[in-house]
Design a protein around this ligand. Sequence first.
Ligand code: ZN
Ligand code: ZN
Length: 105
Amino acid sequence: MASPIPVEINHRKEKGVVRVTWEDGHVGEYGCGYLRGYCPCALCQGHGAKIKFIEVPDAKLAEISAVGNYAIQFTWQDGHNTGIYTFDYLKSLCPCPECNRSKDR
Ligand SMILES: [Zn+2]
Ligand SMILES: [Zn+2]
C-alpha cells in the first residue's frame, strides 16, 4: 500500500495541537505533548524495538519542517529536533477515535 501523504500540517499554538490533514481527507489532531512523547529518535527511544511514550512536561513545538517527501521533522522549544516522523509513523500515531478503533489492543 502507498504511504499516506499529509497535505496540510497546521500548528495551532493556542490549543497546543498539530492538525494534520491527509491526502484522503482524514484529519488528525495531535497534542504537542503526545507527539513529543512519541519522538522516534534514538535519544528518546534508545534501541528498543518497541516505541514507547516518554513523558516530557510542558512540551512546546517551535518549528515544523519537511524532510524530503517522506517525513516531518519537529523542532521543540527546548531545542530537541532529532526526531524524524515518517508519514507512515505519523499516521500510525493518529489519536482520533476512528484510528484508535482499528488498532490492535
Ligand atoms: Zn527525540
Ligand atoms: Zn485518525
